[in-house]
Design a binder for this molecule. Structure first.
Ligand code: 9MR
Length: 474
């Protein structure tokens, strides 16, 4: 419903209710939040979308900053605090003291969180910068697993991999220590992230992929198409959209968003800022997102110009004094124009704990060997495994499926070939790290309905080979 129509309908309801003629359909109008249409977040929500911003932890004590944050936004990205150097400053020592205050602030104010970012060539801690090969691949996967597990159930979408494509005309991957571990490092990261937090949307995020004609855009497009075809668990693409004189907004941006969406992924504008903050360009970006059904929302990369990583370009929606700029008015007007979806937008934040026991079915699951004993349809349970193997290590995801009766607990047994050793695991308790290993449910995934499935996973060194798990009820 447009703002004009919403106001007219509200007046009509108020008048009618005074006359004692309140109709059920009209009562729906009255539950629309009072702030709808007057803030970025509420107006975006009316369109089934979110409006977010990057947040710096050290500004949460600035009341001018938090006043705008709490009033205007319903999605938050940690500007630096969830990056690898912040969350794993020493190998194996995870630190969430910078990121947790941002997540806690967001969730206590009803905002959702975008996770940024799990695997990236940038902002690597020193120990990781010096690594290569199998050791780096294992360290990267362990980082993805640990951080995504820490925030399991609290993240709307994760930038699983950030900025992996090269600038310029090659359309290929960027050289980096991660890339040199093998071209499959990106899909390995996505699989580890899915196993660790099945409820989060998993995004690939990059800059200069906004212009449909650019080689980098096409390179990422081809990767996403390939991932979807092969069942790699990717749910979304993040378009950073840092627009400036060197990489300006172009009118084919909407084509880019809709073309990616047509591959079967959501699209999100993740780090928007525009040199000089021209109102017309901000309006166009907003309209482009609204025009693409799978565009989930827009995040601007900071609140006030003084908060921007490019503050001299004054690229944001609020000036350094915290006042709304013309670009703000243009975005709000664009969010408020047109019709609103008839179904109410999702306003509930994602579940905290326990996480969903079944991952969201995004793509057909990768081909798996047939379950061993017994197949669904009979009592008991069955298990199947997918392995992502690289030179020297692997991640295994095991799917446990109940037969014709519900399970109240399960045990999976599988035998690893010699030389293969489990290094870490998630969503199951285990006995044994090599040879014959036994895996039992944890508290939140023991109860599996008849015919339903749950998953656990583990990471190991060596070669997994062909694993044939068996399953028994407990
Ligand atoms: O805004 C971030 C800035 O404070 C950091 O110094 C910089 C370091 O790499 O990262 C900035 O955020 C970047 C984001 O994480 C990825 N896309 C580009 C952003 C702007 O550089």
């Amino acid at each position: 419903m447009s703002r004009t129509r919403w106001k007219a309908a509200s007046r009509a309801v108020i008048a009618l209710s005074g006359a004692g003629a309140l109709a059920a359909g009209m009562a729906l109008v009255l539950v629309t939040p009072a702030s709808a249409g007057t803030t970025l977040g509420a107006s975006a929500a009316e369109k089934g979308r979110y409006f977010g911003t990057a947040v710096a932890a050290n500004k949460l004590s600035d009341s001018a900053y938090t006043t705008i944050l709490n009033r205007e936004f319903n999605m938050v990205t940690a500007e630096n605090e969830m990056k690898i150097d912040a969350t794993e400053p020493q190998q194996g020592q995870f630190r969430y003291t910078q990121a947790d205050p941002i997540v806690n602030h967001a969730r206590s104010h009803g905002m959702q969180v975008r996770g940024h970012t799990l695997a990236w060539h940038g902002q690597q801690p020193g120990w990781m910068q010096g690594m290569e090969g199998t050791a780096l691949r294992n360290a990267m996967l362990n980082h993805v697993t640990q951080v995504a597990t820490h925030y399991r159930g609290q993240i709307y979408s994760w930038d699983v991999v950030n900025e992996a494509f090269a600038d310029g005309n090659s359309g290929g991957r960027r050289d980096s220590n991660l890339q040199r571990t093998g071209n499959d490092w990106i899909e390995a990261a996505f699989r580890a992230a899915r196993a660790a937090d099945p409820g989060a949307k998993l995004c690939y995020n990059d800059y200069n992929i906004d212009n449909w004609t650019w080689a980098k855009t096409q390179g990422v497009y081809n990767m996403v198409r390939d991932f979807k075809a092969r069942g790699v668990p990717i749910d979304c693409v993040g378009f950073q959209s840092h627009f400036n004189n060197d990489s300006p907004y172009v009118s084919n941006y909407r084509t880019t968003l809709s073309s990616f969406a047509a591959l079967g992924v959501d699209v999100q504008i993740t780090e928007l800022d525009i040199q000089g903050a021209p109102a017309n360009t901000y309006r166009s970006v907003t309209e482009d997102c609204l025009a693409v059904a799978r565009c989930n929302g827009i995040t601007v990369w900071g609140i006030r110009d003084s908060d921007s990583w490019r503050s001299s370009q004054t690229p944001l929606l609020f000036n350094s004094s915290g006042q709304k700029k013309a670009a703000y008015d243009a975005v709000l007007a664009a969010l408020n124009s047109g019709t609103n979806p008839t179904t109410p937008p999702p306003t509930t934040p994602p579940p905290t704990t326990p996480p969903p026991t079944t991952p969201p079915p995004t793509t057909p699951p990768p081909t798996t060997p047939p379950p061993t004993t017994p197949p669904p349809g009979q009592t008991g349970c069955s298990a199947s495994v997918t392995v992502n193997q690289w030179n020297g290590g692997f991640v295994a995801n095991v799917r446990v499926t109940a037969g014709s009766s519900a399970l109240n607990g399960w045990t999976v047994t599988l035998t690893l070939p010699s030389g293969a050793t489990v290094t870490n695991a998630w969503s199951a308790d285990r006995s044994g790290n090599s040879g014959t290993t036994n895996w039992t449910n944890v508290s939140y995934n023991g109860q599996v309905g008849a015919g339903q499935s749950t998953e656990f996973g583990f990471q190991g060194t060596g070669t997994a080979g062909t694993l044939t798990p068996t399953c028994a009820p407990r």
